[in-house]
Design a protein around this ligand. Sequence first.
Ligand code: FES
Ligand SMILES: [Fe+2]
Length: 363
Amino acid sequence: MAYNKVENATNRTFERTMTYDMYTDPKVLDKEMELVFSKSWQLVGHVSQVEKPGEFFTAEVAEEPIIIMRGTDGVLRAFYNVCPHRATKLERSESGKKKILQCMYHGWTFKTDGKLNKAPNFRGEEAACVQDACLRSIRMEVIESLIFVNLDDQATPLIESYGDFFDRLSEFPFLSELKRTHRKTRHIKANWKAYIDNYLECDHCHVAHPSFVDTLDMKDYQIITCENYSIQGTVVKPDKQYGEVDLNKAEMQGGSFFWLWPNLMLTFYPGPGNMASIEMIPVDANNSIAVYTYYFREDSLDKLTQEEKDLMTFAEQVRAEDIELVELEQIGFRSRAFNKGRYSSSEQAIVQFHDMMLEALDE
Ligand code: FES
Ligand SMILES: [Fe+2]
């Protein structure tokens, strides 16, 4: 989707926000599934999950069951996890390694490249007419070991969808060494957009995140809106000796927090090479699942250094504080007290997100 850099949000200060029914109305969520989640790049996993031929994992994108599989030919592919015979969900496990996928209904089998292997209930001439019944493939791209899919066959390639974002990312020198260390999910009693809104501003940091403002130099906190993504960040305080902030070079040694349209957040904290991703997955208008994945140089939690463990504890503390806030906010979204809020001058990244939402939904 084309989107130009947003105007400076200072002009938008005191303007009213999206109406609160955008956060509570199931019809809005239906529209978002169709026009936002089914048409945008969605992070689904990391190549370390599918390193060997035959390895796969399953996921859901915009309520569609999908499977990511490395073929016995070594090629990584994405398919709808749906049997072409009569729509049964094909692979039921979350992950595994197989040479053949078998549908449990009538026993059709598929090779790891998605082609039909056998259709036992079609014999003789019948067999010929189903031989090209393959799994339906899905657009997939891998950048910096992160696997993205897009259900829209016409979608702009991933690398062109987020301005210069991937150039910035490639400047984090440790990125190629990171492994997928840990993944956890958390049910949040709030609309997925409430969590994104919360992530996109730091006006609340002084009030809600004492450990965060104690560690990072909030005087230098910056928020920059770019094409289909935004960056926030700051250096750590001088006593923790990290260099000058330079958001334009993405060489920050302090915290660096990216948002990518529509529901992906990538965070980098100071210290040893690290990254965390957060995907917000709607459950219904008032509930979401947050998928948190931590990436360090080690592939399991028990191999982490104390410094890395402390970093995770720090990040989890900040998240717990945010979750409490958005769950309280969701209560108010449902209230008749108000139907809109206001933007402050430092909330330009929220303005960008909301403008993109309204444009995508044609509101
Ligand atoms: S539905 Fe899969 S084999 Fe019939
Ligand atoms: Fe926060």
